[in-house]
Design a protein around this ligand. Sequence first.
Ligand code: C2E
Ligand code: MG
Ligand code: MG
Ligand code: MG
Length: 282
Amino acid sequence: HAKPAGPGSYLLFDNAMTQQVMRRLNIHNELHRALDNGELQLFYQPQVCARTGALKGFEALLRWQHPRLGWVSPAEFIPIAEDSGIIVRIGEWVMRTAATQAAAWVAMGHSDFRMAVNLSVRQFAGSKLPSVVERVLQETGLAPHILELEVTESMALQSVASTLSTLHACKALGVKLSMDDFGTGYSSLAYLKRYPLNALKIDQSFVRNITQDTGDAAITRAIVAMAHSFGMSVIAEGVETKAQLAFLRELGCEEFQGYLFSRPVPAPEAIKCFAGYTDASD
Ligand code: C2E
Ligand code: MG
Ligand code: MG
Ligand code: MG
């Protein structure tokens, strides 16, 4: 349907592509420096009990403020970090920083919460992950049950045997495991039953239109039923409205995470979340 483009448009297209490639290269080159220069930070987003509005945990989310580019979204730089392999170093920094923060909150008298960190599939390669987790727990003194690792379905693209043994080795350390963005990847239900997971996180793409889209509601209902029959709980991501909240509570989701309660916030602000959300749960 587009009109035939003149030579000028090809040039424009070329420039746009070049710019995109340049930006990618730039981000790639600067990620190492970012890590060493303290440009990376963690923000924390609360996870809230569906029944009581009490705080159940936090998800730690990476933020990068680049001196020239400004805020760079993790949706942009994580895939680049994964391609270059530096995600393994970044992921270890994330785990140590989140665990240090959680241990500080424990020292302030809070004990009944989890601290979830996102794991890249690259952190699953090899057999290093359990020893990294063990070292972080030792260094920070954090009780293992407070730390939660969010894994994704794409880890199943590795060998099933090594994925399973890595998950079980982490589980044996006492940390919790959850499956992020559930329903968006290459789920094999046959593997799911063998993964030692505590929780499934329903992706926000199902939550977004849940009150109007009967298909999304049906998928969510099925995920909740399956999770419960495997003894897992369900966390709904991306909850923005009270209507979504009411619907998801009706479907039996145990926990909510989303802008309705709080955006991801820096640690000093996240402390306020320990007070819970009694007013948002009516
Ligand atoms: P994710 O793990 O699924 O994290 C949830 C994303 O949803 C976060 O985006 C969060 O800010 C956003 N979100 C939370 N509540 C709402 C809501 O109510 N509405 C909407 N529209 N969005 C909401 P963020 O922080 O931009 O992170 C994007 C993705 O980047 C994450 O998705 C995760 O896959 C990845 N990521 C972030 N931090 C890390 C990290 O430390 N390591 C790794 N490997 N990946 C990370
Ligand atoms: Mg996550
Ligand atoms: Mg998610
Ligand atoms: Mg996501």
